[in-house]
Design a protein around this ligand. Structure first.
Ligand code: PMP
Length: 300
């Protein structure tokens, strides 16, 4: 879509992309004070919209910010934004910032929270990498301690993850592996990690510091259905290096195989058979768990 044709939902109305601007006094801009969600649509179905919006409302509740819409209204806003942009396969970003205030930290100076919804086509990694798998490195930046800033709060404060991404860029790889302060594997900069060993799936539990992603949960559910054993337990880099398979999951990343970690080739250096099987099952299930985006003419 032409950039100037794109519609952004901003505080109750749709505006063109070039008009969608926020004040420099917005506390989301000044302090990262706000929350967000990343959601996807597949073939006119918004995938797990309810789960994403519940997480958005829980993040907001946790930081004492009231979203000026109900869950039902937000559902409609998201679906309307996709429809307005005529997108069948879109990545949707929902941002709720504390709003415009003064220069002090105190959120009480802010007016109503700003609600912004952006929908556009996005693939996090080049298409080719979904076939070949990617290389990742573990980085020096550690995951925030969950007792300091809970990973359950999907806040606009993503500096921790951005520093990880910068380290990945410096290493010339598309994604990185973040450890927690005890050296256990936590997650990627914006995705969760799974390893497969002897047919069993392992993923770090939330208390290690990982965001308990919606795609992660979808993979756990699919793996359960397919009779895999799934263990949410802490593991180290050694376990990743010696795994049979490694893959990452996330709304933006979707499911992507990892074939090299810190220079160690995983198995034969190709996406593993369980990763491929789970990815295919995930793709099949995507449409069953969606909220339909009816075309304009189909709406009653
Ligand atoms: N970890 C982090 C830090 C993330 O930002 C994301 C993206 N929301 C994920 C994991 C994956 O979560 P989900 O599957 O819900 O997109």
């Amino acid at each position: 879509m032409e950039e100037e044709q794109q519609w952004i939902f901003m505080n109750g109305e749709f505006v063109r992309k070039h008009e969608a601007k926020v004040s420099v006094y917005d506390h989301g801009f000044l302090y990262g004070d706000g929350v967000f969600e990343g959601i996807r649509t597949y073939d006119n179905n918004v995938y797990k919209l309810k789960e994403h919006l519940i997480r958005l409302f829980e993040s907001a509740r946790s930081i004492m910010m009231e979203i000026p819409y109900s869950l039902d209204e937000m559902t409609e806003i998201v679906v309307d934004t996709v429809r307005k942009n005529d997108l069948e396969n879109a990545y949707i970003r929902v941002v709720v910032s504390r709003g415009v205030g003064n220069l002090g930290l105190d959120p009480r100076s802010c007016g109503t929270p700003q609600v912004i919804v952006i929908a556009e086509e996005l693939a996090l990694f080049p298409k080719e990498l979904y076939k070949t798998g990617i290389e990742i490195v573990s980085v020096a930046t550690r995951r925030n301690r969950p007792d300091v800033l809970s990973p359950k709060v999907k806040s606009l404060n993503y500096l921790n993850n951005i520093l990880v991404k910068i380290e990945a860029n410096l290493a010339g790889v598309p994604e990185a592996l973040m450890l927690n302060d005890e050296g256990y594997v936590a997650e990627g900069s914006g995705d969760n990690i799974f390893i497969v060993k002897n047919g069993v799936l392992y993923t770090p539990p939330g208390y290690v510091g990982a965001l308990e992603g919606i795609t992660r949960q979808a993979i756990i559910d699919i793996a359960d259905d397919l009779m895999y054993t799934v263990k949410e337990q802490p593991f180290t880099r050694h376990d990743v290096y010696t795994a049979d398979e490694v893959f990452l999951t996330g709304t933006a990343a979707e499911v992507i195989a990892v074939v090299k970690v810190d220079g160690r080739v995983i198995s034969d250096g190709k996406p593993g058979q369980e990763t491929i099987r789970l990815t295919e099952a995930f793709r099949e299930k995507i449409l069953q768990d969606g909220t339909p985006v009816y075309k304009k003419e189909m709406k009653a």
